[in-house]
Write a protein that binds this ligand. Structure first.
Ligand code: ZN
Length: 366
């Protein structure tokens, strides 16, 4: 069975308005040559382009998916929130949250994006593909039930999970979020639940500023079913793998999920403008290998990746390509032209020892 790759051209047509990086254009702020917000189509479209150029595209089962239904959305988002989002989009677009603007097609495109996550998850749970990748855009992991933020308009992964649980296709699902920002939306939605484990590796105090602490372990029945691993700026290849091995993967193994969903952001990459980490192509390759091995052990290889952030248009395609090389078992390689220089610029032994001690203390406290 092949790897499913779920994508839709409409996701590249989502447009967030007139920004210069994170600042609204106006006054002293000149429009950006890159065309607005850092969350623009290029990083994602260029990953798809690279898959074509390398030939890996032909080895994947590529498809779109039905948009998420209104019923799917209402399992997470209240009707009042949805009707306001619909109305503002229809009137030409706008913004009600924080840094999550959209145009006139924002509502429909967000439903397509969530539908790709749902399609990928269902494909794996139904055994139609060995594993699957959803090139969702706009992203979803910051979105709260009633508040859009951080470029996220609908809670894509949560919508997919609730659809799968409602249709009896799974009973327990684990989410591993390795986007450089905290997966605060997914965490909040499942914070009191014991059937969905949420694990987030992220740069501490990046975004949001006030969430993502290690002490936040869930509440009520969900106590213990949330794990945050905040990492210091500058964490690189070895640090990410240590955090995965010592904390994230053991937590998922102990949870015994029916499937693992990775909130697959690439903004921990060393060139990312919205992160201050030093991950590189081999980091994403080895993290993918590790989570695949775990998924083979605990849930028959049922692994889904849902694209989140990642804002370096020249680097993200190489990071994503390595993930798909591993997921599909292909021998095709798109070698990262920046790999050598980044390997020479990883944190030193003193940093690694200090981080290892810190992770060890967290593992004891877990
Ligand atoms: Zn991010």
């Amino acid at each position: 069975m092949a790897t499913g790759f779920f994508w839709d051209e409409r996701c590249f047509w989502h447009s967030g308005g007139n920004y210069s990086f994170m600042a609204p254009v106006g006054g002293m702020v000149q429009p950006a040559s890159s065309g607005g917000l850092p969350e623009n189509p290029e990083t994602k479209r260029r990953l798809k382009n690279l898959l074509h150029v390398s030939g890996l595209w032909a080895e994947l089962t590529t498809r779109s998916s039905e948009p998420a239904t209104e019923e799917d959305l209402r399992r997470i988002h209240p009707e009042g929130f949805l009707s306001e989002f619909r109305a503002i989009a229809k009137a030409g677009g706008g913004e009600t949250g924080l840094r999550a603007p959209y145009g006139p097609d924002g509502y429909e495109i967000a439903k397509v994006s969530a539908g790709l996550a749902k399609g990928a998850l269902f494909s794996v749970l139904e055994g139609a593909t060995a594993n699957a990748y959803a090139l969702s855009r706009p992203p979803g992991h910051h979105c709260l039930p009633e508040w859009q933020n951080g470029f996220c308009l609908l809670a894509n992964i949560a919508i997919a999970i609730e659809a799968a649980l409602a249709e009896g296709k799974a009973e327990r699902i684990a989410v591993l979020d390795w986007d450089v920002h905290h997966g605060n939306g997914t965490e909040a939605i499942f914070y009191g639940r014991d059937d969905v484990l949420t694990v987030s590796l992220h740069q501490e105090r990046n975004y949001p500023l006030d969430t993502g602490d290690f002490a936040d372990r869930g509440t009520g029945r969900g106590t213990g079913a949330n794990l945050n691993v905040p990492l210091p700026p500058g964490t690189g290849h070895r640090g990410y793998l240590m955090a995965l091995d010592r904390l994230a993967l053991p937590a998922i193994r102990a949870f015994r999920p029916d499937a693992i969903i990775v909130a697959c952001g690439f903004d921990a990459g060393a060139f990312d403008p919205l992160g201050r980490m030093l991950a590189m192509q081999e980091t994403f390759r080895e993290m993918t290998r590790a989570v695949m091995a775990l998924s083979n052990d605990v849930c028959k290889g049922r692994l889904v990746m849902v694209h989140e952030g990642g804002y370096s248009e020249m680097h993200v395609p190489f990071l994503g390509h390595a993930v798909l090389e591993e997921m599909s078992g292909s021998v095709i390689r798109a070698v990262d032209p920046f790999a050598d220089t980044l390997a020479k610029r990883q944190p030193g032994k003193a940093f690694d020892r200090w981080l290892d001690d810190m992770l060890g203390e967290m593992a004891v406290a877990m």
